[in-house]
Structure formats: C-alpha cells, structure tokens
Design a protein around this ligand. Structure first.
Ligand code: M6R
Length: 607
C-alpha cells in the first residue's frame, strides 16, 4: 500500500508534499515522511502516526528545498516507527516506495556480507544501499536506478532524489500505480492523479516496467525497467478534483458517506437506467446473449457485492456465475474460457489482488469488464468495458456508499443481461427498473432509523462477539454487516447463512452474544424465523431487522428494527444501511478511530 509523492518545484515543496500526502492517506496512515534537497544536500523529516505528527515536526524543523519526495506508510516490513518510516536514505540517495520487494532478504544478506549496516527493518532500505553500490562503482544516478530495478522482484512504485541533483527525480513502476504530473516549469509524481490535483490536471500514467527521468522541463520515459527504448505515455486531462474533501457537519467521513447514499445511488442508477423508458441501458461492448457464464472477482466488501449479484444474474438472466475472492482466484487455476467475461469489482480500482486477477483473466483471453468508483484507476484503464459507480470519493476506510453503488450498478447489469438473453419480458424489466427507481427514496427513509440504531449500538458496544445471519441475498449482507462491525469497532463478528447456524456457530450462542438477523418478509422468512427461535431457545439475544410484515409475523417476540417495505430485489441496498449505522454507532461508543481504523488502509495495493 502506501502513498508516494515527488515534486520538482520552484518554492519550498515540503508543505506541498504534505498537502498531497493528505490526499493519499487513504493508502496508509501509520507513519509519514518527507525528504528534500537543501542546497544539494538531502535532508529528511519522518514521524510515526498520522500526517499531523509529521506536520508538527516540519513546523518545528522546516525543510526549505525545492525538490522533494514524500510518503505515507502502511507497514509491511517492520513496525510503524520513525526508523522504518520513508524516505529511506543514505547521504547520496533518498527513496520512497509503495509495494513489496519479495527478494529483499537475499539482497539484504548479500549487502550485509559486504559490510552494509541497515538502520531499519524494511525491504525498502535495501534499495538505497543497492543504489549506493552502483554509485560507488562510478555509475550515474540515471544508470544506477535501472541497474537496481533489474535486481528487484515484487511490486513497486518508487521515487528517487539524489545528492547534488536538484533538477532530477527518477521514478519507476512495476505493479504499483504511479502517475506523472506535468506543470509549467515544474514536474510531479504521485500514486494517483488525486494527489496531484492541486498542482496540475495534466497527467500521464506509467506502464509496468517504465522508468521516468524527470527534470523541471519534462520527462523521458524508458520501458524495460529503464533499460529499454524511450516511450511516450500520453498526457491526459485528469478530472480528479483539487477540492479538499471535507466532512461538512458530520463527525466522521463514514457518517457523511452513509448519509449520501440516497443521492449517489440515485446518480448511479440514472447512469445505468433509461428511467423514462423503464429500461436498463445495455452496456456497450458486452454481448450477454453470447456468454455462457460470468466470472466475478473482488476483495472485501466488493466481493460481497458480487455475492449479491450472483443471485440477480442467476435469477434474471439465467446465467451461471462463478465468484472468487481475488486473492484466491489465480492460484486456484480455474479453467477459463477464451472470450468469456470476467467482471472485477473495486471501489479504488487499485486493489492489488483484483488487478492481478484482471491481468490473469486477460492473459487467458477473457473479456474484461469492471465496476469501479475511480475512473482513472488502473483497473478501469485496463478494462475493455467500465461500469462506473458514481459514489464520489469515499474517504472512510469502511466502504459504505461505494458498496450500495456497486449493488445498484450490478442490479442494472443483471437486468440488462436478462433482457439481452430473452429471459426478462419488457413488463418484467419495467417492474424491476421501477423498484430501482424507488430505491433512493426508500434508502432515505431507512436513514431515519439512525436514532433508534444509535440506542441499540450502546448495548452492542458491550459485546465481545456478534453473529449476523441471513438467507438469500441477505446472506452476503450478513457477511457485510459482520465485516463493517469488526473493522471499525474491533468487536469480533461473523456472518453466516442462517441455515448454517446449527452446523457449528450455534455453539457460540449465549446471552452475551448478540445475533443480528436480516430477514425481509419474503419466501425465506419463515425458515429464518425458525433459526431465530433456535437462538432464543439457547438464551441468545436476537436483533431482527425486517419490514412491517416481517415484524407482524414475528409477533413482537424479538427486539426488532423495522425498515421500509420494498421489493425483495432491492432489499440488499436497504438492509445494508442498518448494518453500516449499527457498526458506526457501536464504534463511536467504543471511541475507535472510525475513519482510519487500526491496521487498515483504504486501498490495498499489496498482495
Ligand atoms: O477498493 P476495493 O473495493 O477494491 O477494496 C476492496 C476491499 O479492500 C474493501 O472493500 C475493504 O474490505 C473495505 N475496508 C471494507 O469496508
């Protein structure tokens, strides 16, 4: 993970770098650092913890150099302390790194045998000592970097500064993303265009294996780790916003993002539906009628969106669906059909495992489509067809509005597939589209349950473990509810298909374990009620989340939260909201860092 920034500027760049790093903090936030060239000499400031600690340090001990690199870290090798923070440096070279050097142990052992002393536990420090060795052999910085890159295995985005090289920055990419920003007499590199948005909207994206040699006048890019030919990477106009993203009147980004859902789901639906015709727009470039199955792959919450989508594609389009957690997909070596369709789902569009899956499917000759929230992301750029979610920037680490927008997009696609395959009649389609059009209003109604959920959360925050149960599309929502709770409140939670309860997890049930049951009043309701009775019979505390009819049927026997009645089809987007609010308020009661929970990062760019 980690975010990196580099600037060749015409004023003190450290404050600008810190500003850009704030926009990259979603990639990691356990330590940060900046190095600049001060009269030809490298100097750096690093600090453990959030960026504000580095900012304070820079206020006490400012850096005035006009060329600099910066880093915000999500620790892979070594604890998040100052020594392990980037930039790593010797007297002659400083580097920031996003990724993992897989062969760092053997490289480090070799260097240690040559008498090199390491100060940190990181894989990255190996790189600076390898560069030193090349410089000692009389190579120039421009020669040293490609020579070192060819020795590295793993994934990296790197930016280097060199002693005496006030008008030189070298950057390289393999696996991890890296963008070059073109200014007027200034040049930039950054992990994404959003980081560079305050400085420039002219961006070129490096390809894997590219090495970029930057001066204030421009950039020369060579492929093959800098050893190949000079290549052109087109300068694109980025529409990444330079606006500072604010919490407004909300206490946390997560609260704001939960509240935004009716609006952003509405935008997403408007993009994928022709509302006046009651039709889902048929996506360009994908002929669902010609496909025999779809392979979905994603991680975390996006994976749960795929699990929900499977029910829709199977029901409305009669299409078999394979779903894999992206980190498992390519190692399972599933037989993939040339010309078949893989759909990758990702909020960030940068998740390393999802991207690797995309490339694996591409290598097997599959068509690639993606459901992504960041249109400039690597996954979007490498897809044949992109189905955007219009959630807007999601800052809270816990995914909320991106999830419901993914579901909205996938629902529209499933309808389009059903029509293309002749499974849905025009009336069926109109009915389903009608249910989606109603959705933003129902989501807004559901948000009104917040005060009641806040009260429930007070009790919930006393639990050490919780279970979430659901059947049908409510099963993935149970998984999502459990994930939300554990990632921000640190309460251990598990989601299960309600029918699985008696196959093991019921052993956990006692009066201390709350059991959240997601059960809209549908064809599966009665069966879920039986599972609730099994919990109650063992002294378990059920929280039933259902609609008016379900509450009536349950007869007031259980603590119940009543959400608006909807078509069963759209219920996942509605029931996701109480899952989010329950986790949010529980975490607030527990006093955790809701937007940046411990050990996590928003964008997981390492395997
Ligand atoms: O950016 P992506 O959608 O690819 O991210 C996938 C997961 O890392 C992400 O959904 C993660 O599980 C969230 N923290 C869940 O809230």
């Amino acid at each position: 993970m980690c975010g990196i920034v580099g600037i060749l500027g015409n004023e003190a760049v450290a404050p600008l770098i810190v500003d850009a790093l704030k926009r990259l903090e979603y990639r990691g936030y356990d330590s940060a650092g900046v190095a600049t060239l001060e009269n030809g000499r490298l100097d750096r400031r690093r600090a453990p913890g959030k960026l504000r600690t580095l900012e304070e340090k820079l206020r006490r001990e400012p850096l005035s150099g006009h060329a600099g690199i910066g880093h915000t870290r999500w620790a892979t090798h070594g604890t998040p302390n100052e020594t392990n923070a980037h930039p790593h440096a010797t007297e002659r070279v400083a580097v920031v790194h996003n990724g993992i050097i897989e062969n760092y142990r053997e490289l480090r052992d070799d260097l240690a045998k040559q008498g090199v002393k390491f100060e940190s536990e990181t894989d990255t420090e190996t790189i600076v000592h390898l560069i030193e060795a090349e410089l000692n052999n009389g190579k120039t910085p421009e020669e040293s970097v490609p020579a070192v890159l060819s020795k590295l295995r793993g994934a990296f985005a790197l930016a280097f500064l060199f002693k005496g090289g006030d008008d030189l920055m070298i950057a390289a990419r393999r696996g991890s993303p890296l963008a070059v920003g073109h200014g007027d007499g200034e040049m930039y590199v950054g992990s994404d265009a959003i980081a560079l948005a305050p400085f420039t909207d002219r961006i070129s994206y490096l390809n894997d294996g590219d090495c970029a040699f930057l001066t204030r006048k421009g950039v020369t890019i060579r492929d093959k780790d800098g050893l190949g030919s000079v290549v052109e990477r087109p300068v694109q106009k980025s529409n990444a916003s330079a606006m500072v993203i604010e919490k407004g009147n909300y206490r946390h980004f997560m609260a704001k993002e939960i509240a935004e859902q009716p609006e952003v789901v509405g935008h997403t639906l408007a993009h994928h539906l022709d509302m006046s015709a009651g039709r889902a727009r048929i996506p360009e470039g994908i002929d669902f009628a010609k496909l025999d199955r779809i392979a979905f792959s994603a991680c975390g919450t996006a994976y749960y969106a795929a699990l929900v989508a499977r029910y829709w594609f199977e029901k409305f389009a009669r299409m078999p669906v394979d779903i894999d957690i992206a980190s498992e997909f390519r190692y399972r070596e599933p037989p993939l059909k040339e010309g078949g369709l893989a759909i990758l789902i990702s909020q960030s569009g940068e998740t390393a495992d999802t991207l690797a899956t995309l490339r694996h499917c591409r290598a097997q000759g599959m068509q690639i489509a993606s459901v992504v929230n960041v249109p400039t992301s690597t996954i979007a750029r490498e897809s044949d067809a992109v189905f955007p979610t219009l959630a807007g920037p999601e800052i809270g680490v816990a995914s909320t509005k991106a999830f419901t927008c993914q579901l909205a997009t996938l629902a529209c696609l499933a309808i389009a597939a059903g029509r293309a395959r002749g499974v849905l009649s025009a009336e069926d389609e109109e009915r389903l589209v009608g249910a989606l059009i109603e959705l933003p209003r129902l989501m807004a109604e559901t948000l009104k349950l917040e005060p009641q959920i806040e009260r429930l959360a007070k009790d919930f925050s006393k639990a050490q473990d919780a279970l979430y149960l659901g059947r049908g599309t409510s099963f993935p929502i149970a998984l999502e509810g459990a994930l939300k709770l554990k990632e921000i409140s640190y309460i251990h939670a598990e989601g299960y298909a309600a029918g699985e309860l008696k196959h093991g997890p019921i052993a956990l049930v006692d009066e201390k374990v709350p059991v959240v049951v997601i059960a809209p009043y549908d064809t599966l309701f009665e069966k879920t009620v039986s599972n609730m009775q099994e919990v109650a019979a063992r002294g378990g505390k059920v929280l039933l989340i259902t609609d008016e009819a379900g509450a009536k049927e349950a007869g007031g026997e259980f603590e119940t939260l009543i959400v608006p009645t909807s078509y069963a089809f759209v219920s996942p987007m509605i029931y996701a909201i109480p899952m989010q609010l329950l986790a949010y308020h529980t975490a607030v009661f527990m006093g955790t860092d809701v937007d940046q929970p411990r050990n996590l990062a928003k964008s997981v760019t390492v395997e």
